[in-house]
Write a protein that binds this ligand. Structure first.
Ligand code: FAD
Length: 445
């Protein structure tokens, strides 16, 4: 398993036309990054910002960011990410987010896969981390987050005790960072959507962008939608997440943005169980890829596992795009509840993935592993490219592609809603890729 992580370096890109705050900006995609971008631009005084999304209703049900919760963590071996994540945590606490962020702390553990740089970076950045040097320390940390078992106290019976509700973590080590937790992801996107509209951004639903409009000099001057409408702009920003490569096959981004589906599942707890587990931390297992959340107010526990994920290959002529499709290429294309609505087909995950999830959960919270699944979802993201922020170099001087953070095989993929909104140093001006062979940097959060 590779262990080093290389941060991407800016590559020279063709100079885009300079923009003014009156320039017409078209953002394609009203997900996490599209809305962040619009919010950020509007905040900087841009007055003509249009966001297009193919969903009939926003947030789009199948957008990666439309979810019960996402982890907010700072354990990255790459200092850039660790810093950005810590800025995010501060930003998440701002009143704008209406309490979407829950700072329950994050337990980061692993066996051979555990990389001490995660802890070291967190410590360098001032996080009050608690080392968990062995299995005993990990078990005790998790045990202390469970509500004391009243039945066991009364009967002095070991069989009722919380001890049996926590795994053994043999050969594991790790650390606990009380700073970090989870965000109510879909609600955060809704808040951002409202803010963008309040700030004067035009958000247009039901506009599936299927191609780029170019002038005679091959400059991008807008986009065209499936219904034939065209939108013209001085800058087009693509922020369509895992749909990027398949929607624009002509950009040949499939080697950098491989759309992959990750299996997620939920468990419904009883009221009593919810009380018992509600003090739990985020648990990130870098050995198995499993990560678990504490229960929501409704007693739902979400868990997922980042692995290489699943692809859904389609021929370039099937996925569309504005090109001559010869030679035909196979491009992984998200398979979601929108593309496969029948009987919730697009939400299904492979049985094998559920089996593995359950087994991994058993190693952490054996009691919960006995519960039936309440729901499953295949959540699509892209892997391979760590950052893809900037101008597409081929010919597209007026086109920016935006997607931040990455996953690789078992890589990280981060939800930096806040820093994008708050930060002005985000390098929007480059187009960069990362070494595919670099290490994973966490179980997908
Ligand atoms: C399983 C999984 C778990 C994750 N967990 C975490 C986590 O715990 N913590 C964390 O920080 N991050 C997490 N992430 C990452 C995070 O969810 C993503 O980085 C982020 O949501 C990506 O935002 P986006 O705007 O690029 O894409 P999305 O949120 O997917 O939005 C894309 C938007 O583009 C629209 N669109 C698509 N095609 C078109 C088109 N042709 N025309 C117009 N609109 C279009 C869609 O409708 C959608 O609204 C996770 C990702 C996955 C897959």
């Amino acid at each position: 398993m590779p262990t080093s992580i290389t941060h991407s370096h800016p590559q020279p890109s063709p100079s885009p036309t300079l923009l003014t705050t009156a320039s017409r900006i078209i953002v394609v995609g009203a997900g996490t990054f599209g809305l962040s971008t619009a919010f950020h631009l509007l905040g900087r005084g841009y007055t003509d910002v249009t966001v297009l999304d193919r969903a009939r209703e926003l947030p789009a049900v199948d957008a990666a960011g439309t979810d019960i919760n996402k982890v907010i963590r700072s354990c990255y071996s790459d200092m850039f990410y660790a810093k950005l994540a810590r800025e995010a945590m501060e930003a998440w606490k701002q009143p704008m987010w209406e309490g979407c962020y829950h700072e329950c702390g994050v337990i980061n553990v692993g066996g051979d896969e555990f990389d001490d740089r995660w802890k070291e970076n967190d410590m360098k950045l001032g996080a009050p981390v608690e080392c968990l040097p062995d299995a005993k320390a990990i078990k005790s940390k998790i045990l202390s987050s469970l509500r004391p078992d009243t039945a066991a106290t009364l009967t002095h019976s070991d069989s009722d005790s919380n001890e049996r509700r926590v795994g053994s973590f043999t050969s594991y080590r790790g650390y606990f960072n009380p700073e970090g937790g989870w965000a109510e992801a879909a609600r955060a996107v809704e808040i951002l959507l409202s803010r963008v509209k309040e700030m004067g951004g035009r958000v247009i639903e039901n506009q599936e962008v299927v191609g780029l409009v170019k002038d005679r000099d091959e400059r991008i001057i807008g986009v065209k939608c499936r219904d034939g409408k065209q939108f013209e702009g001085d800058r087009v920003i693509l922020a369509i997440g895992s749909w990027t490569a398949s929607t624009f096959p002509e950009l040949e981004l499939d080697s950098q943005c491989l759309a992959t589906g990750q299996s997620m599942a939920t468990i419904q707890l009883s009221t009593e169980e919810k009380e018992r587990y509600k003090g739990c931390h985020i648990y990130l297992d870098f050995q198995t890829g499993l990560y678990t959340f504490p229960p929501t107010e409704d007693g739902i526990v979400k868990l997922a596992m980042h692995t290489a994920g699943h692809t859904h290959m389609m021929s370039s002529w099937q996925v569309g795009g504005d090109i001559d499709h010869t030679p035909v290429r196979k491009i992984s294309t998200p398979r979601t509840i929108t593309s496969h609505p029948n009987l919730g087909d697009g939400l299904r995950v492979p049985r094998s993935a559920l089996w593995i999830l359950r087994e991994r959960l058993r190693q952490v919270y054996p009691e919960l592993a006995e519960r039936p699944w309440a729901g499953t979802r295949m959540c699509w993201s892209w892997i391979r490219s760590r950052t893809l922020f900037g101008h597409a170099p081929q010919c597209l001087r007026e086109l920016s592609i935006q997607r931040h953070a990455c996953v690789r095989t078992r890589g990280d993929d981060s939800y930096y809603l806040c820093p994008l909104a708050a930060r002005s140093r985000i390098p929007l001006q480059f187009y960069s890729n990362c070494d595919d062979k670099a290490s994973h940097d966490g179980p997908g959060t």
